[in-house]
Each structure stands twice: as structure tokens, then as C-alpha cells.
Design a protein around this ligand. Structure first.
Ligand code: NDP
Length: 285
């Protein structure tokens, strides 16, 4: 019997190692289907020593692009043709676009965060406190500064890593950025507009783990953001809501970064509600 189904599917995907826990496929394939696109998003386990071949393979098979997760976000840079200004400043790539024969590296982690916050207030002039200095903190810090933040404080328990990130943001963007060593309960400086948990504290299964901040310094009207996507309603999110803060959860950020990736690959916007529904099915929210 004749079928109307086309057998030429466009391919995108994610390279990681290991990849068992990666939920991205769960939200991206339903978004493609909802958009009427016969595209596949493949989750591919790539060992570090196989990354160069995997990238060559994606290029040879004309993949439209791919995501990178741990441990490939920095290592992939040398296999690409060029980087977006943000990926260049961040020094890490989580999204590659294959356009006109070139592999272009971008970073959507921080952009996903920016999209979340822009629904609440303008970033220009904002005074931000970032808890953590890993990959997520770096992406968020650079994007916030590039978007015109007025001041950034990086708070981290490991001094070297925290000081390095503060210097990177200051040198790359010119935005005044300071480092604060995280010892005991951190007191959020008066005048802060935005506090972001960019550590892994609170990630499933350690969902009741407490972020060492002095809750008395969390004031009504502050924007409190948590990068933890699973669960979406972290302890910090719940406590900040009780304090009368504006709250941004990590699930929204994850959906936004997926949405931005789809936009970069297809030139079209998916429906975020479809992606949230699909993700909530696989995450312990
Ligand atoms: P990294 O391992 O690169 O960095 C982790 C950071 O958390 C470090 O600064 C580390 O401090 C700090 N940290 C961890 N445990 C503690 C603790 N008990 N007390 C104080 N500081 C702590 O991880 P990533 O930046 O890649 O990821 C962080 C989180 O962000 C993950 O949970 C990930 O799921 C989430 N994420 C969410 C995204 C989204 O779209 N929602 C996108 C990307 C990431 P130190 O330097 O001292 O070790």
C-alpha cells in the first residue's frame, strides 16, 4: 500500500556520556511533531575519545545541528568552524547549528535564562547575585552581563573557580563583577534585584538539600531563580514564594533553551506548552 510518509527525515540530536538521564529528547520530538516537522532528535552516547568522529559524522550525514552535554561542552569547540560571540565569551558550546556547510557553536543555557527573566523585567542595570561558578553560572553570568546587567556578584565555595569566573565576566564584558567566598550562610547584599542558584544543590534525588543563604536577607520583590529543573518546585522556589519574591524555575529555563535550539535549527518557534507537558511526564516535578 502506498504511504504518504516521507523517508527523508532531518536529524538533530545530543551527544553526551553517559546520556541515560538526558530529558531533552522527551521535549524536542513532541515539539517537532506539533510543528508538523518530520524531524528526529537522537540521543547519542559519545565517549570523549570519539567526539571528533561524532562531529565529523554529523557533518557528513548533514545533521541540521546538535546539542552537547557533559563532558563535551568545552572539548567540542576545536571541532567547529566558528562560535557565536556568547559561546566565545563563555568558552563552552551546548548547541551547534549546521548552516551552509559550516558548524557554528552557540550556547543556549544562558539565553534560556535570559528569556525567562525578560518576561518579568528588563535586565539593563540589574544587580545580580550568582550562586555557583560552574558551567551554568558561567553561561548565565556572561549573558546577563552582555544584556546590560549593572553589577554581578559571583558567590562560590571554591575561591579559585569563583574568582576566575568573576574576572572572566569583568574582562569580557566590562560589567563590574566581584567575587564573594561562600562560607556559612550567605547574606544577600542589600539592593540586589536578582539571585540565581546556579549550583546543583536541590537536584533530584537530594530535593530537600538546603542552599546556605540567610533567608532573612531574601526580600519581597526580589527575583529568585533556580536552575534546577528537576524538581521544578525546589525548596528555594517554595521558600522564595513564601517570602513574596518573583520566582523563576529551572524547568522554564530548560524549556527555553530547547525552544531557542529549535528556533536556531528550524527558523520556527515551537509551542512551549507542548514541551512543558512532555517534560513533566519524564521529570519528578
Ligand atoms: P558544575 O559542576 O559545572 O558546577 C556546579 C557548581 O555548584 C559549582 O560552582 C560548585 O561549587 C557548586 N556546588 C555544588 N554543590 C555545592 C554545595 N553543596 N555547596 C556549595 N556549592 C556547591 O555544574 P553545572 O554548572 O553544569 O550545573 C549546575 C546545575 O545547573 C545542575 O544541577 C544542572 O542540572 C543545572 N542546569 C540547568 C539548566 C537548565 O536549563 N535549567 C542548564 C544547565 C545546567 P565548587 O566550584 O565549589 O565545586
Amino acid at each position: 500500500m502506498a504511504s504518504s510518509r516521507t523517508f527523508k527525515q532531518e536529524l538533530v540530536g545530543v551527544f553526551g556520556f553517559p546520556v541515560a538521564e538526558n530529558p531533552t529528547q522527551a521535549m524536542i520530538e513532541p515539539a517537532f511533531a506539533d510543528m508538523g516537522l518530520d524531524w528526529r532528535y537522537l540521543t547519542v552516547e559519545v565517549r570523549p575519545e570519539g567526539l571528533a568522529d561524532a562531529v565529523r559524522g554529523a557533518r557528513a550525514m548533514n545533521w541540521r545541528g546538535f546539542n552537547l552535554t557533559i563532558p563535551h561542552k568545552v572539548a567540542v569547540v576545536e571541532h567547529l568552524d566558528r562560535l557565536s560571540p556568547a559561546a566565545e565569551a563563555i568558552g563552552a558550546v551546548n548547541c551547534v547549528i549546521h548552516r551552509d556547510g559550516a558548524l557554528i557553536g552557540d550556547n543556549t543555557d544562558g539565553k534560556g535564562f535570559l528569556q525567562s527573566i525578560s518576561s518579568e523585567r528588563a535586565v539593563a542595570g540589574i544587580r545580580a547575585v550568582i550562586l555557583g561558578a560552574g558551567g551554568a553560572a558561567r553561561a548565565i553570568g556572561v549573558e546577563l552581563a552582555l544584556a546590560g546587567a549593572g553589577h554581578v556578584t559571583v558567590v562560590n565555595r571554591t575561591a579559585e573557580r569563583g574568582a576566575l569566573l568573576a574576572r572572566l565576566i569583568r574582562d569580557r564584558t566590562g560589567v563590574p563583577t566581584e567575587f564573594a567566598l561562600w562560607e556559612g550562610k550567605y547574606r544577600i547584599p542589600e539592593g540586589s534585584d536578582l539571585v540565581i542558584n546556579a549550583t546543583s544543590i536541590g537536584l533530584f534525588p537530594d530535593i530537600e538539600a538546603e542552599i546556605p543563604i540567610d533567608l532573612a536577607t531574601v526580600r519581597p520583590g526580589m527575583i529568585i531563580s533556580d536552575v534546577i529543573p528537576n524538581p521544578a518546585r525546589t525548596r528555594l522556589v517554595r521558600e522564595a514564594e513564601e517570602k513574596g519574591c518573583i520566582v523563576l524555575d529551572g524547568l522554564g529555563m530548560l524549556i527555553n533553551q530547547g525552544l531557542i535550539g529549535i528556533r536556531l535549527w528550524t527558523g520556527r518557534d515551537p509551542r512551549p506548552a507542548i514541551m512543558r507537558q512532555a517534560l513533566e511526564k519524564v521529570l519528578a516535578t
